[in-house]
Structure formats: C-alpha cells, structure tokens
Design a protein around this ligand. Sequence first.
Ligand SMILES: Cc1ncc(COP(=O)(O)O)c(C=O)c1O
Length: 497
Amino acid sequence: MRNSIHQRKRVSLIGMHLDRASPVALPQQIAAQMRDGILRGTLPAGTQFLGSREIARELGCSRMVVLSAWEILYAEGYLESMPRGGVSVATVHRNAAVPPPVPVDTSHIAGPISQRWQSLIGFTYDTNWESDFSPGAPDISTFPFGEWARLLRQTSQQPDKHECLDLSAAGLSELRREIAGFLGAVRGLVCMPEQIVVTSGTSSALDLCSRMILDHGDEVWVEEPGFVEAQWSLTAAGAKLVPVPVDGKGLCVAEGIRRAPHAKLIVVTPSHQYPLGISMGLERRLELLDWANRNDVWIIEDDYNSEFRHQDSMIASLKSLDREQRVIYLGTFSKIMMPSLRLGYIVAPERFVEIFTRGRARIDVHSSGVGQRALAEFMRQGHLLRHLRRMRKIYAERQQALMTAITSYLPNDLSVAPCATGLHLVALFSDRLKARMTDTKAARLLKAAGLHVQPLSQNHLEIPIYSGLVLGYGRLKAEDAPRLIAKMAKILGAAKK
Ligand SMILES: Cc1ncc(COP(=O)(O)O)c(C=O)c1O
C-alpha cells in the first residue's frame, strides 16, 4: 500500500491485491488487508484515505465494494469518518478493538459453494443474545419450564403412533387450530386453521417463501434500515435486494415504486418496523396493498413481537386489511416463548397453502412432531396466554425504565420515543452526538466497557440514513436501567471527538 505512512496526504490502496477467484467476497478481502495494515502499524491512526470512487477505480472494483469494506471496518471501530467527508484510521487500542472476524476459510469447500453463499457465510453481524441490551432476546427466567417439561414428557411417553410416522408438512392439525385461535384473540386476525403452515420460525418461513416465489435476479423491496436476517434468505434465493427507505409513517411506497417498479416481492414489518419500531400508517398500508394488487406483487408481513402490546390499543396487522389475498403473514414463537424452540407459522393466501406444504415436504419435510404436539397442548391449556399476559406487564415496565433512564442521563444526546409493542427501543443520536461520533464508534466504546449495544447503521444496506443505538430491554431488569444508562452516559461523555 503506497503512501501508507503519510498522515496528511490521502492514502491510496493501489498495491492491494484482490483475488477474484477466491471464495472470500471482495469487501471482506479489502477489509482484511486494511485491518492487517492498521494492526501492524503500517496504517497508523489518523491516516486518511482517498475517496471511495478513486479507490474503486484503482482496484478495478465497484464503489459499493469499497464502501462495504469501509462499513465493515467502521463497525469494528478501525475507521472513522472525517468532518469534511472521507475516512481515516481510528485510534485502535489493541484490547479495546473488536476482534477481527475470523476470515471464514472456505477454500476447502470453495468448489461446490455458490457465489451467493460465499458472501453470506463471510458476512459478519455483531449481536450478543446474552447482553442486557440484546434487541431480540426475550426474558426466559419467568418461563413456565415446569409445565413445558411435563407436556414434552407426556408427548414423548404417550405418542400418537400415526403422528410418529406421518405428519403433514403443513404441521400438526391441533397446533394449526390453536394458532388460528391465538391469532384471533391476540392479534384480532381472523383466519382458518387450513390457512396455516407451521414452520421452524420466521427465518424458515422466509427461506421457504423466497425459494418458492423468486427466480434468480427477481427484485425484492426490503426496508432500509431493515431486518438483516430476512436479507440473508432473499440473497440465498438469488434475489436482487432493493432497499426502500422507511420514514416516520413506515415504508416509503412511492420511493419503492420509483426504485423497483417491477419488483416481485415486498418484505415488511408494518406493525413494528424493525429496527425503528414505527407502525406503518393506514394511508401507506392502503397505498402498498393497492399497488401490490394492481401489479401482481406479493407481500410478506413479518409480524414479529406484535403480541407484546404495552398499551390497550391493538395495532392491526396488514393481513387484516388484505381483501385480495396478497399478504403472506409470518409469526413466530421465538419471542413469546424462546428462540431455540424453532417454531413459527405462515398464514398463507389460499393459493399458497398447498404450494408451501408441498415445498416444505421437498426441503426438510416438517418441524419436530414432539415440539408441535407439546406446543399445541401448552396453548390449549392456556399456559401461553398466561405467560404472555405476565410478560406484557414486565416488558412495559422495562421499556418505561429504559426511557426514563435515557431521558435522565442522556437528554441532549439520545432521543427515544415510546413504542406500543416489542422488546427494543431505538435511541436516535442528536446532532450534537452525531458531530462527535458515529454510532459504530459509540457501540465499540460501549462494548469495550462491557455494554453490548447494536449500532443502528448495522441494519442499513446503503449509506446509513439514521444514526443511533438499538437497545433491547427484554433481558434488562428495570432496577438495572439507571445504573447501566448512567455508565453509558459517562462513556459517551468522556469520549474524545
Ligand atoms: C424482525 C424480526 N423478525 C423475526 C424474528 C424472529 O425470527 P425467528 O422466528 O427465525 O427466530 C426476529 C428475531 O430477532 C426479528 O428481529
């Protein structure tokens, strides 16, 4: 790398070697070589780089490749943005630095791996389920494990012989009936058990839908910022992802139409946008449905977390407005029970039920029969509703405690709005904080002090629109919130620009 020791002059990466035959994606290759230079000291703190366009020209790759490499290094805290544009090397303290992701060595399996999968398994996403602030983790300490264990034992000791051999790929009929009843009671969604296909959670449902609906290169609207794991399923199916911005009213439908008028599929989280937490306004919902109906576009509604409404009013699902059977509704037991259960469901438009059932039979046949039977009984005996009622109260208190702590300790740096449902809040950076640091830098500093939070920019596909922190409160004890947020304020306040 030329000029690497000159700090004032903008440095080029002209000597960098990119191996296009390698199974490691180009952004990962660039990031790995720059990280190596930073850690070895050939790219010292303060080194400024040429603009992404110039570097892309030098390396003979697209600008997006360079920007993606920089995003990786931002997230890890190796780079920071400069006040008048461009990037420079941050001060990296060896033990505070996020350990570089171990480059995934796919060389021994490179032959049979598709290019899509090379980039998917090489992708790193910083998350920590054990963190006090994990955005997706529910509290399992109050889960009625005794009842659950009893039902699992009972199901295993007295199995239905027919079920042991031949279970429908659509799922156990008793479970489908319980889910339909549960959706009516908890989400006000009227559906027939025959519309339900049991899955191994939302990820499995997204995988099934993506594989079965999309052809290679089909365009799909995804929310920007959005749910990265949904993007993985779509990418694995060969889709072309089209990021569509989200504003205060939800997905910007007009912008989606402008960016990809021939999209085949739209993936949305209308009741509780992930990660911003916004509920899509009625006008936008009708606009979306109307456009999708007129253009023969399918909509996947990921309704994760909506069971935890903290206020009396229920945010209706998009599916409940779906007169023309356009919406494929996805639900999961990962949050109301636990993620390792791996059970969820699709409420499918009629024409898709048979299609998805046959498709599932071609992949992994169905989800565990024992788990499905125990869950059906758990729901039938009222344990799930009781647990949900208890957790709603606990999560509402935790959300309130988190908001109060943020407004007390960080009133000038973070702004949070209450969210009617869910397990996380988004704390947006004030202009004052934005001028001092990026959210990735903030997350890195906090992580080094033991507070693992997610930077909002990590959920963007393009240059981030929003800067902030995604703060889960599912596992956060209300009494711990003031202490942890005071610690956060101290770290962010002490950080040098
Ligand atoms: C937006 C969103 N949808 C769905 C899920 C649940 O996924 P799964 O059912 O595969 O556990 C999550 C989990 O974190 C999520 O954040």
